[in-house]
Design a protein around this ligand. Structure first.
Ligand code: ADP
Ligand code: MG
Length: 322
């Protein structure tokens, strides 16, 4: 039983004029205190959509079912007051492309102080200032950088500011959605190192989303692989990365990013085609049209997520077959 985050049978359907888009389907996910769990999968597989439900950030037109329990309380049904208290201080997010969400005309220190004041209006300017300095040092920047404007910082430094902001109210869970995808490879490694170091030092839990399985394998205790809005495999990261059961997880593992080739970071090499459009899912297993091991039975029914011992699960009828 996980004490921090427990998602059960979570589905999210976007409703649009063109029809329903079932972007996330029947996902279970657990995360304990001090644990780093990765969510992998190509673009469009529902990773960000799933993450949005943790702080109930999905658009109002989306229909969400299931349970998202944060420390035992269901985020999907809690009062707005309770939800407001949870955001920043219970769980916080570092978003994909967050670099562009810094206010260009405000000093970064003031931007980090904003959630601190918002969360506790009693905080004095002096207290907030000290806390901002402490946070900057935690993410490896000198406290004096608080006076800088965003344009005076590099991409990696700006992303550290976003991490400092996410840590500002001492959350128990950090959700990092592709936190380094916009950065070059060297800076990416530094920022991930800072982030994972802090998670261990502060004992918080982290959900780290990336299309890059090799990045997750280095940092995470467990990895959940999503495809077509569903979990297709989950287990200890060394096994999911090194000895994948599901053919999709195996293809992702084989797709090491080639340094300097941005295209390789989005489409795994050796895996032709694209992930399915959730508005037009193929019958049966969503991966069947791209799967090297496909047989007729794969298109008959959506495969169940089966257990394979040692906290490993995969949804493929071919696992264990010659
Ligand atoms: P990922 O983060 O894995 O790249 P997303 O969760 O962003 O995937 O998207 C999953 C699917 O949901 C995609 O097909 C995307 O087009 C669709 N989608 C995302 N946001 C919306 C929205 N607001 N309305 C309709 N469809 C959406
Ligand atoms: Mg995304």
């Amino acid at each position: 039983m996980s004490d921090l985050l427990r998602m059960r049978d979570v589905s999210l359907t976007y409703r649009s004029e063109g029809g329903d888009v079932p972007a996330v389907r029947n996902v279970d996910l657990d995360l304990d205190r001090g644990e780093i769990v990765g969510i992998a999968g190509e673009s469009g597989c529902g990773k960000s959509t799933l993450a949005s439900t943790i702080l109930r950030l999905q658009p109002p037109t989306a229909r969400v079912t299931g349970e998202v329990l944060f420390e035992g309380q269901d985020v999907l049904t809690m009062s707005w007051g309770h939800l407001r208290a949870l955001r920043w201080a219970g769980a916080s997010m570092v978003f994909q492309g967050a670099l562009h969400s810094l206010n260009p005309v405000q000093r970064v220190g003031d931007q980090i102080a904003e959630p601190i004041h918002l969360h506790d209006p009693e905080t004095s300017d002096k207290q907030a200032h000290l806390r901002v300095g402490e946070l900057l040092e935690q993410v490896g920047l000198p406290a004096a950088r608080a006076r800088a404007y965003p344009h005076q910082l590099s991409g990696g430094q700006k992303q550290r500011i976003m991490i400092a902001m996410a840590l500002a109210c001492r959350p128990r869970l950090i959700v990092a959605d592709e936190p380094t995808t916009a950065l070059d490879v060297m800076v990416q490694a530094q920022v991930l190192h800072v982030l994972s170091g802090l998670v261990h030092e502060l004992g918080v839990g982290m959900l780290m989303i990336s299309h890059d399985l090799s990045v997750l394998a280095d940092l995470c205790d467990r990895i959940v692989v999503m495809y077509g809005g569903r979990v297709v495999e989950q287990g200890p990261s060394k096994l999911v990365f090194g000895e994948a059961l599901h053919p999709y997880a195996e293809a992702l593992s084989a797709a090491f990013p080639r340094v300097g080739d941005p295209a390789a970071r989005y489409a795994p090499s050796g895996l032709p085609g694209d992930p399915p459009d959730p508005a037009a899912l193929p019958p049966g297993c969503s991966f069947a049209p791209r799967c090297p091991r496909v047989i007729d039975d794969c298109t008959r029914a959506v495969p169940e997520l089966r257990s394979f011992g040692g906290d490993r699960q995969a949804s493929c009828i071919r696992v264990g077959q010659p």
